[in-house]
Write a protein that binds this ligand. Structure first.
Ligand code: SAH
Length: 356
């Protein structure tokens, strides 16, 4: 039995079943045995590939969108350039290279990375070694000044709770033990104030998800942007108003059982962008239309950027570029599954690539 499975089993034996959110938090972020502590998740040798790892064009275009937004807001100096969950630091490296020639941008920026994993912090340090980096544990710790922020596949990595609709309340899905193995079960029916409104659009046996970390993080970053200026670009897979089980375990690029071998697979869930928008509006921000990633990148000129890069390539590298362009934008690949949301101060236009 793996050490994490042993710890989880003895906790469940002494305290009873745990919520899915507690289970995910242990699996992903346990300081010794958590997935992000013990694995190098990205790329061909890892468990999944993210957009910035597919092509440099992703980070470049995001960088130019944020830099244009910074110019449009009067080029405030100093300002915070931040990324939530920067992974290997690839997006930030591409963003910084693409914005080198934006007058004043690099001189004014203070770079902050919000990263929980010590391993990934070390990788980010290496990827961005020519820049001065500050790491922060949370958005709260960012300086109180204009904030230009990007988050790609960050919110989907936060632990979620799942609830199954009963006649007039909710039963929480929990992880327990049966015959010595981890198993899903349901807790007793209980009212859930955060899900009161979902009683209106669901029926018995429907499953809804709640991401307890999403609202407080969004509220803090939206308050920063509303009162000091700035913008956030949030890219993730998900949609408007979650319905149904979206918990996914990925191991070596293939789906796995989320309860099998805890701490060895990446666990994610779709992001409910409706919650993000409601919280951001409540904190005084404007939000853009929720936009498919493919459309966002096309509006920012990915075809032209791909053509410019293609002019210098041939053979296999040219094939790779063509397939990367397709993967990022095609509706049957990442183009539609991934969505982009922009946040800006009230009554300020969204970052380029998005519509208000
Ligand atoms: N943005 C990157 C990585 C996405 S994976 C990319 O697109 O390639 C999720 C990232 O969020 C990882 O860097 C992970 O370590 C980090 N992360 C997950 N939960 C976190 C938390 N609660 N606080 C800070 N970082 C977290």
């Amino acid at each position: 039995m793996s050490p994490l499975l042993e710890q989880l089993s003895s906790r469940i034996r002494s305290d009873g079943p745990i919520s899915l959110a507690d289970y995910m938090a242990e699996c992903l972020l346990h300081p010794e045995h958590g997935y992000y502590t013990t694995h190098s998740p990205f790329g061909a040798a890892g468990d999944f590939t993210t957009a910035p790892e597919i092509s440099q064009m992703f980070g470049e275009l995001i960088g130019l969108s944020l830099a244009q937004c910074w110019l449009d807001q009067g080029a405030p100096s100093p300002f915070t350039l931040a990324e939530l969950g920067p992974g290997r630091g690839t997006l930030m490296a591409d963003l910084l290279r693409a914005t080198r020639h934006v007058p004043g941008f690099h001189a004014a920026l203070q770079l902050y990375l919000i990263e929980a994993s010590p391993n990934l912090r070390a990788t980010q340090k290496e990827a961005l070694k020519t820049y001065e980096i500050h790491w922060a544990d949370s958005v709260d710790a960012l300086p109180k000044q204009p904030l230009f922020l990007v988050a790609n596949e960050f919110f989907d990595a936060l632990p979620i709770r799942q609830f199954v609709r009963d006649t007039e309340g909710w039963r929480e899905k929990r992880v327990g033990l049966a015959d010595g193995s981890l198993t899903f079960g349901l807790g007793p029916q209980a009212p859930q104030p955060a899900l009161e409104h979902r009683l209106l659009d669901t029926k018995p046996d429907d499953l809804v998800e709640l991401n307890p970390g999403l609202a407080p993080i969004t509220a803090t970053l939206a308050q920063r942007i509303a009162s000091h200026g700035g913008a956030a670009l949030i890219v993730d897979y998900g949609d408007w108003r979650s319905l149904g089980d979206t918990l996914q375990a990925l191991k070596a690029h293939a789906p796995a059982d989320p309860l099998d071998a805890p701490g060895t697979a990446d666990l994610t869930a779709h992001v409910d962008f409706e919650v993000l928008c409601t919280v951001a509006s409540g904190a005084g921000c404007s939000h853009s239309k929720l936009t498919p990633q493919g459309i966002f990148l096309e509006r920012l000129g990915i075809p032209e950027r791909a053509r410019a890069l293609a002019a210098k390539l041939e053979g296999e590298s040219l094939e790779n570029l063509i397939s990367a362009h397709r993967r990022l934008t095609h509706p049957e690949e990442m183009g539609n599954l991934f969505k982009v949301l922009g946040l800006t101060p009230a009554n300020t236009p969204p970052p380029p690539g998005l519509l208000s």
